[in-house]
Design a protein around this ligand. Structure first.
Ligand SMILES: C[S@@+](CC[C@H](N)C(=O)[O-])C[C@H]1O[C@@H](n2cnc3c(N)ncnc32)[C@H](O)[C@@H]1O
Length: 214
């Protein structure tokens, strides 16, 4: 019913999270979106931005995916439905409220080959012993990438978790200009993972960084 009514007017439900603040689930034109106070988190422009990056990845060579920042899981929908990619995905999010929303409102519990971990992403990268062919980094609190994810210790961990031919897709920023921290990260990646492509103003907003081996 909410889906049908949403063609007439948007329907919104607010959910409080200690970590992400007030979250909004909004039905609009038949589709459900997850938003924070000032940003789209899932199933809106964010989904298009990550799809732009995924389009440039040869997914036939990807046998394992690590997603840091589950949100509502829209990139998982993109992988499964738009790219018909059915390989195992490990998804990490620090916020149990977000994980509950992903499972209950976006049916992530029904997705096969998906392992969800409720943990800080930095801690996860330090503790896991697995490696991944594709690492998607989409870590935000509202409009901000938390500082530790723009610092080199985190990126050393990420590079160590990547298989030799693996790819990193980083949704870097909502800011109009790249900060100096992001420039440092790009320099670090260039010296460690061979090829780094930077796409600015994807969907008129975000910077996307894609690394690959030569
Ligand atoms: C934009 S949403 C992710 C959207 C998701 N990738 C999708 O495709 O729908 C950003 C997420 O990063 C998570 N996050 C922020 N800081 C984190 C941290 N330190 N560790 C793990 N997750 C974190 C937030 O809880 C939020 O769910």
């Amino acid at each position: 019913m909410a889906r049908i009514l949403s063609y007439l007017y948007p329907i919104t439900k607010k959910i409080e999270s200690d970590i992400n603040g007030t979250l909004e689930l909004t039905w609009h034109n038949g589709k459900k979106h997850l938003n924070s106070k000032n940003a789209n988190y899932s199933y809106g422009s964010l989904q298009q931005i990550l799809k732009f990056g995924l389009d440039k990845v040869d997914l036939t060579k990807v046998n394992s995916v690590l997603l840091l920042g589950l949100g509502g899981g829209s990139v998982i929908e993109t992988l499964r439905k738009d790219f018909n990619h059915q390989k195992p995905i490990t998804a990490v999010d620090i916020d149990p409220v977000i994980i509950e929303i992903a499972k209950e409102e976006f049916q992530l519990s029904t997705i096969e080959n998906l392992h969800i971990v409720c943990q800080d992403a930095l801690e996860f990268t330090k503790s896991t012993h697995k490696t991944f062919d594709l690492i998607i980094i989409d870590l935000f609190i509202d409009t901000q990438v938390p500082d530790q994810f723009l610092e080199i210790p985190f990126w050393k961990q990420v590079v160590a978790l990547k298989t030799s031919s693996g790819v990193i897709l980083f949704n870097a920023s909502l800011e109009p200009n790249m900060g100096s921290k992001l420039t440092t990260v790009i320099h670090f990646l260039k010296s460690h993972v061979f090829k780094v492509a930077v796409y600015e103003k994807v969907n008129h907003t975000n910077t996307i960084i894609l690394t690959s081996s030569l």
